[in-house]
Ligand binder design. Structure first.
Ligand code: ADP
Ligand code: MG
Length: 468
């Protein structure tokens, strides 16, 4: 989707106030009645309808009069609210070119005040593809446009939380800078998606790094679930960075085995097809007494046991709750319209519906609508911060975590962790040895390390435009 931020410079305080009022109304209305928008916005001098017309003209709202006269946010309207909030926070000052179109997102460059270029990912769940086609088609039929906003926001919160936690645990991921609504700001990865890479100086080493990441994630109780050549970035030094985390699950997930195997399979298949890396039977002199590899040398999920604990604690700290995880999993797996609808923000009659009574409308003042600053843009479309740094909009704070979830038997956890780490290390060693098969001396298996930061291989990656 094209993102033209030019209109940002023309939008007034009142425009944003009304836009935010529609967003607020969408918490319990698929289409927000015009009168409700007017009441929530309560512009000092009236004129909501004129503002609505202006917002419609800029395609920030969609008008619907099929059942009653009302409005809903478009993705562009949601984009503007998120961008404005982040600009007001001082996270970036301008929006540049589009650098990526994902399955369910658009990625743009943004620049900070000091000229640093960052990546902005705008989640667009519901746009194109879904994993389980049939259930998703069913799912689509019942989803309101608001649900997409809600799910896109969840995806962003989740992605941000995972990126931050993974970064803190030393994984090669972009630096998570900030997040608002469906928008995540992260460092720009200098490199190309693996799918665009035709030749590697050292495919075996890159393979080791990548398969090592799948195993290391499992060591931390996690499965990526979309670990493929589109979500692995490689730079000129053949350093690997993984991206795209909204679909990650815990190793406790009921389909964990399938997701883990699928991630492993994607890597094996891709390296076989693209780099002709052959995977041989486990060499005879490799002891696989623990059974942590299958005959083809792929790591076995069953030998990984349960190693979670990582998810709940670290992620809840970043504002991503267990309920958020459940909601997003329901969406990813599909077929759960009813349950997803029970989420606070989607509740048609109850829940937050009660928030939009008269007393809450007067309470809008406390939600910073009045303090909302206006964005100023210069001639090049650079968005300038105004003096006030209040947030535009009404993002929901993190839910408090169930206290009982936090109680863990630390000693058991530590022991389990140590055992798991040991087994996985063995497993990793064997996988690598198996990949190398007869081609290399098995002594080299001991040289396996996750050399994420290494720049010893000064190879030039040859890009090709993907034919996929
Ligand atoms: P989706 O979830 O829609 O698949 P991704 O996070 O995989 O979205 O991003 C889509 C594409 O955008 C990637 O394949 C990559 O080319 C580009 N991209 C995403 N994040 C970054 C980043 N931090 N730096 C550079 N490019 C990125
Ligand atoms: Mg992707």
């Amino acid at each position: 989707m094209k993102l033209n931020v030019d209109a940002l410079r023309y939008l007034s305080k009142d425009d944003f106030r009304v836009l935010t009022a529609v967003e607020m109304g969408m918490r319990n209305h698929e289409i927000v009645p015009s009168e409700l928008v007017d009441r929530i916005a309560s512009l000092k001098h009236g004129g909501t309808y004129k503002v609505l017309k202006n917002l419609l003209k800029h395609k920030l709202l969609h008008h619907d009069s099929s059942k009653y006269d009302g409005f809903r946010l478009t993705y562009l309207g949601y984009d503007f609210l998120a961008i404005k909030t982040l600009v007001n926070r001082g996270v970036f000052v301008s929006v540049g070119r589009q650098i990526g179109v994902g399955k369910e997102s658009d990625i743009f460059e943004v620049a900070t005040e000091d000229g640093t270029v960052l990546a902005m990912k705008l989640h667009r769940l519901g746009r194109v593809s879904f994993r389980a086609v049939k259930s998703k088609r069913d799912y689509l039929r019942h989803r309101s446009s608001f649900s997409w906003l809600y799910l896109s926001r969840l995806a962003a919160v989740k992605e941000f939380a995972f990126m931050k936690a993974l970064e803190e645990h030393g994984f090669p991921v972009p630096n998570a800078v900030d997040c608002n609504r469906h928008c995540v700001i992260m460092s720009l990865v200098q490199g190309y998606p693996l799918v665009q890479v035709k030749q590697l100086q050292n495919p075996e080493m890159v393979f080791e790094r990548i398969i090592g990441l799948v195993i290391r994630l499992a060591e931390h109780g996690l499965i990526h679930c979309d670990f493929n050549e589109f979500n692995i970035m490689i730079d000129d030094d053949e350093k690997v960075t993984m991206i795209d985390f909204p679909q990650m699950v815990s190793v406790d997930h009921r389909n964990a085995q399938m997701y883990f195997d699928r991630d492993v399979e994607c890597v094996f298949k891709f390296f076989l097809k693209r780099f002709n890396l052959s995977f041989q039977e486990i060499p005879d002199d490799i002891d696989d007494a623990e059974g942590d590899m299958d005959e083809s040398g792929r790591p076995c999920f069953s030998s990984i046991a349960k190693g979670s604990g990582f998810l709940d604690k670290d992620l809840a700290a970043s504002g991503f709750t267990r309920k958020d995880q459940e909601d997003i999993e329901k969406f990813i797996e599909g077929g759960v319209e009813k349950d997803a609808d029970s989420g606070d923000e989607e509740n048609e009659d109850g829940g937050l519906a009660s928030e939009l009574n008269e007393s809450d409308i007067s309470g809008v003042e406390s939600l910073h609508l009045v303090e909302q600053p206006t964005l100023n843009c210069d001639a090049e479309g650079r968005v300038e911060e105004s003096e006030q740094k209040t947030e535009a909009g009404l993002t929901n704070g993190p839910e408090t975590q169930d206290a009982s979830d936090e109680e863990e038997d630390n000693e058991t956890m530590i022991r389990k962790d140590a055992e798991l780490t040991k087994r996985l290390r063995n497993q990793k060693r064997r996988v690598i040895a198996s990949v190398r098969g007869g081609r290399k001396n098995l002594a080299s298996r001991n040289t396996y390390k996750d050399k994420g930061g290494s720049s010893s291989h000064n190879s030039k990656i040859q890009k090709q435009l993907s034919s996929w």
